[in-house]
Write a protein that binds this ligand. Structure first.
Ligand code: SAM
Length: 333
């Protein structure tokens, strides 16, 4: 069986592909107006043909088992369903699962197509259960679009839906128990994500709320029972005597680098070893694809060698805040 590993023996089989670094929300922690983020020109985005070829290389030659489409907001990419329908054909040739991470604003009229094109899993980001707080976090009025997308996705058969919630002290930590209630009432998996520093995103430790603090808050009302997490990056818990799952993504207070199995491709086709890799270390896959003397097998070999450069873990928070040109939006979150 094909597989690739880094020099620490971590098998890598999970690829995240950014379809665009554009987003229709302006979340305070991700895409603040003051960050001065330079987005990729549309003409420089990976084309659908290039994405398909990369999927063939990763799934067919390197044994990747899961491919997640993200961004930016993946559903703002023009004709994205055409891409997903072509990906579905590849799924029949190689055995891999597909997923998307979306802010949910454009999901309502696309859910049944996503099902039709075999997208196996959907993660929806939602940081507030209050319309006004949603607007102050995202800068937009789409609260009800996202809420209805959650219900419609469940109706369409996405019962493995995960809801991502970034917790910031003084912004939405007061809603943690509301989210836990929401998990119980609607039988959802709510994943609380620690607020991470990116270049110019205004991160500061006064707004940081650790997973332990979130855990303690939820424990005031519910008993959390550790659940088997199947090598995932999250710490997963069942809620005693209730429906729903609560998960924590503790990238900052308790990193999970030792079990990392992910590689990322940015919207312009650069391969990244880690969310926090310096941009200067990216491997430009688009130029390899455009070189007619380089075959798919050559590219697979180059990727294998490149993976050996992956560091054991990401730098400590004091270093992360100093990283230049490192944006969640352009990295493919
Ligand atoms: N637009 C899509 C969405 O909203 O889900 C996909 C891209 S978004 C960058 C992916 C995830 O990264 C979202 O759940 C978002 O909340 C999270 N995210 C962005 N910036 C973050 C930060 N500074 N700390 C923690 N999570 C962050």
């Amino acid at each position: 069986m094909k597989s690739i590993a880094d020099k620490y023996g971590r098998v890598h089989d999970y690829l995240r592909i950014s379809l665009t670094d554009r987003c229709n929300l302006n979340c305070v922690y991700c895409y603040p107006s003051f960050a001065g983020i330079k987005l990729t020109d549309k003409s420089d985005l990976l084309s659908f043909e290039e994405i398909l070829r990369l999927v063939k290389i990763f799934a067919g030659k390197l044994g990747f088992k899961k491919i997640r489409f993200t961004g930016g907001e993946p559903l703002v990419r023009k004709n994205v369903m055409d891409l997903f329908s072509m990906i579905k054909n590849l799924k029949q040739l190689y055995s891999f699962k597909t997923a998307i991470t979306t802010n949910g604003t454009l999901l309502n009229d696309k859910i049944y197509d996503l099902k039709k094109y075999g997208i196996d899993k959907i993660n929806i980001s939602l940081d507030s259960l209050k319309e006004d707080n949603f607007k102050s976090i995202t800068g937009r009025d789409n609260f009800y679009d996202v809420i209805s997308a959650i219900f419609n996705a469940k109706k369409a058969g996405y019962d493995n839906l995960k809801i991502n919630c970034v917790v910031m002290k003084g912004i939405n930590d007061c809603e943690i128990l509301d989210f836990a209630d929401f998990a119980v009432k609607e039988n959802l998996n709510i994943r609380f994500i620690e607020y991470m520093p990116f270049s110019n995103n205004g991160w500061n430790d006064k707004e940081f709320f650790s997973y332990k603090e979130i855990f303690n808050k939820i424990s005031e009302k519910y008993e959390l029972i550790p659940a088997f997490s199947n090598g995932s990056v999250s710490k997963d818990f069942k809620i005693k005597n209730n429906n729903g799952v609560i998960s924590f993504i503790s990238s900052i207070s308790d990193n999970f680098c030792s079990t990392c199995s992910r590689l990322r491709i940015t919207a312009k086709g650069n391969l990244r070893l880690c969310l926090f890799s310096p941009q200067s270390n990216e491997l430009n896959l688009q130029s390899l694809l455009n070189n007619s003397s380089i075959s798919d097998s050559d590219i697979a070999d180059i990727i294998k060698d490149y993976l050996l450069l992956k560091p054991k873990e990401h730098p400590v928070t004091e270093e992360l805040v100093k990283l230049d040109l490192n944006y969640m939006l352009t990295n493919g979150g």
